[in-house]
Unconditional design. Structure first.
Length: 186
């Protein structure tokens, strides 16, 4: 009888250790995912001054747009180390400012033809793709951690050892979430 009880206790301990280790793994995946986003956002931020300078050479009277991009880049720099929600808000504002900058570039055919601008624009596109991949990975890791933190019986282990839900990296601007209207009529 005592062997059965001892075996049951040992199985329970092995199960609890497995749950704990699974939570640790999921938390590490979230941290790895956030690090991946951070690296790509840093790459984008490093590219912006070159892009602004190139546009400035062709569109010097677009001062307001150039200043907005510069200000949003500075805001992103201040948000480093902030929560995912705060960082997402700052990055969203920077994305909008970059969109305006690229729209300004559309009005200058000689700028669009500039090889330096084209190379910077291609690099920005590649970085944006990498950011999207990193966000998907991070949000997937957050989902797995959050499910484990809230699910029974792992929620008992999570509560005892201080595991908490993580924040998703989400789009804050409702306009970015809206489905675009497409019209082929005149």
């Amino acid at each position: 009888m005592s062997w059965i009880v001892l075996g049951a206790v040992a199985l329970l301990l092995v199960y609890l250790v497995t749950l704990y280790n699974g939570l640790v793994k999921k938390r590490q995946m979230v941290e790895e995912g956030w690090s991946g986003i951070d690296v790509q956002l840093k790459r984008r931020a490093d590219l912006i001054p070159n892009l602004v300078e190139t546009v400035k050479g062709y569109a010097s009277h677009e001062k307001e747009t150039l200043e907005e991009v510069t200000a949003m880049r500075a805001r992103v720099g201040q948000a480093v180390g902030a929560s995912p929600a705060d960082r997402a808000q700052a990055e969203g504002a920077l994305s909008q400012a970059l969109g305006k900058l690229l729209a300004v570039a559309e009005a200058y055919p000689e700028l669009k033809a500039d090889s330096n601008f084209r190379a910077l624009h291609e690099s920005l596109d590649e970085i944006e793709d990498a950011i999207q991949k990193a966000r998907r990975y991070y949000n997937g890791a957050v989902r797995m951690l959050n499910v484990a933190v809230e699910s029974f019986p792992s929620n008992l282990v999570a509560g005892q050892f201080g595991f908490v839900k993580a924040d998703y990296f989400e789009i804050e601007d409702a306009g970015d979430r809206a489905v675009p209207k497409v019209s082929f009529g005149s």
